[in-house]
Write a protein that binds this ligand. Structure first.
Ligand SMILES: [Zn+2]
Ligand SMILES: [Zn+2]
Length: 256
């Protein structure tokens, strides 16, 4: 799998974009950043969006992405997530008031620009060419992480979460097929109180999660860093030994 980082931050500053990852050029994981860091032809190849939860830093770019793909003459784009997340997007974001409901607007190919695909929790489902399992994690609203796989290659994407159990347990079941984990580490250790109240991880609490993979040693990527603490988070991350950990950067592509 090729993962392109459109944005990997939990806040915005010049050059620091909100969370959005492109998988093999065809599936988006979260929609905090799309058009700001992706050209038109690249956007037009996207067929599916997995949305972990409804918070704006994961959804705000989806309405503008819709405008850029109306001229597609292809199938529409499916937005996949839990019933809770999809209801929030329908009722509070693309609700025909804040922004048009693009499930009622057709593209140049005569297909609706967006459709919603409700994912059952904790079950493997087919999304495009991928097997996907949405697993609830531990955030301020319902959020699901995802296990995503194709062939013998699987990744875990944590979504926004503090300490949690189920997704790590499901990831562990994948054994050697688990090639990489992507995990939310938002605050430095000294802001642990903020991480606790907003339900995110710090390097110290993140380190306590990795052992839940048992002896598995997939590649480890961290994202959702709050831009104002980047230096401190990087320094704290150096204390974690025994894993190959990459702190993600906007615009970079990672081969899994
Ligand atoms: Zn969130
Ligand atoms: Zn977030």
């Amino acid at each position: 799998m090729i993962i392109k980082t459109l944005g990997c931050h939990g806040g915005q500053l010049p050059g620091r974009n909100l969370t959005g990852f492109l998988v093999n050029g065809e599936m988006l994981i979260d929609g905090g950043t799309v058009a700001m860091n992706s050209g038109l032809s690249e956007q037009r190849r996207i067929r599916n969006i997995l949305v972990s939860h409804a918070h704006l830093d994961h959804t705000n770019a989806i309405p503008f992405f819709a405008v850029n793909i109306v001229s597609n003459k292809t199938e529409g784009v499916s937005i996949a997530g839990s019933a809770y997340t999809l209801d929030a997007i329908k009722n509070h974001l693309m609700n025909d008031i804040i922004w048009p409901d693009f499930t009622k607007i057709k593209n140049f190919g005569g297909k609706y620009v967006f459709s919603y695909k409700q994912l059952k929790l904790n079950k493997w489902e087919k999304v495009g060419a991928y097997r996907v399992m949405a697993v609830p994690v531990n955030h301020t609203i319902q959020c699901t992480g995802f296990l995503i796989g194709k062939g013998n290659s699987y990744i875990m994407y944590s979504g926004d979460t503090k300490e949690t159990e189920a997704i790590w347990a499901e990831a562990k079941k994948l054994g050697k097929k688990l090639k990489a984990v992507f995990v939310d580490v938002a605050f430095p250790d000294r802001a642990g109180f903020l991480a606790e109240s907003s339900c995110h991880l710090t390097p110290a609490s993140f380190a306590g999660q990795l052992h839940k993979l048992g002896g598995l040693k997939p590649k480890v990527f961290v994202y959702h860093l709050k831009p104002e603490y980047l230096k401190e988070i990087r320094a704290d991350m150096k204390k974690i030994k025994g894993y190959k950990i990459t702190i993600m950067e906007d615009g970079k592509t990672y081969k899994i």
